[in-house]
Design a protein. Structure first.
Length: 158
């Protein structure tokens, strides 16, 4: 399997994990790539997003979806991996053993962070897990405003 596996993780709920995954999926599809979506979050927001998208636009043969428990992620990756150029994994809002299972199979970890101190605090645990798993990690600033100190810093990080 040659699919690139990107995990989106953040301990704090509401940080924008599912939004980042869905936007990346659209960007990869627009670039002509096939995409596998894996939802390990019991809330199931990614599946709900895909249902609405398919109601509006129909099925996309280049877009595959599966749900998985963090412990079953390797099997789910094998299921969609042969049909996808990139696999995007949405994780639940926690940084513990569940996320460790997902990190094990990931090539890259993206950590969305909103412009709040609580998000910054929550980020440390995820960054620590990714570092211990020796996975490259990027912080994605989310919901920043142009012209603010956070907006200026996030522009400089790109």
């Amino acid at each position: 399997m040659s699919a690139r596996i990107i995990c989106v993780a953040q301990q704090k709920g509401g940080a924008g994990k599912t939004t980042l995954v869905s936007n990346l999926a659209i960007a990869y599809l627009a670039a002509g790539k096939s995409v596998g979506l894996l939802d390990t979050d019991p809330q199931g927001s990614l599946g709900k997003w895909l249902d609405i998208r398919e109601e509006m636009l129909g099925l996309d043969p280049k877009l595959k979806f599966a749900t998985a428990t963090p412990y079953g992620i390797s099997r789910a990756i094998r299921t969609v991996g042969n049909e996808a150029d990139v696999i995007l994994i949405d994780t639940p809002p926690k940084a513990d053993s569940d996320v460790r299972w997902v990190l094990r199979d990931s090539d890259l970890v993206l950590v969305p962070v909103s412009a709040s101190q609580a998000d910054v605090w929550a980020t440390h645990d995820v960054l620590d897990l990714a570092e211990r798993a020796q996975k490259p990690t990027h912080i994605v600033m989310n919901r920043t405003r142009a012209g603010t100190r956070v907006g200026i810093v996030s522009q400089g990080m790109v």
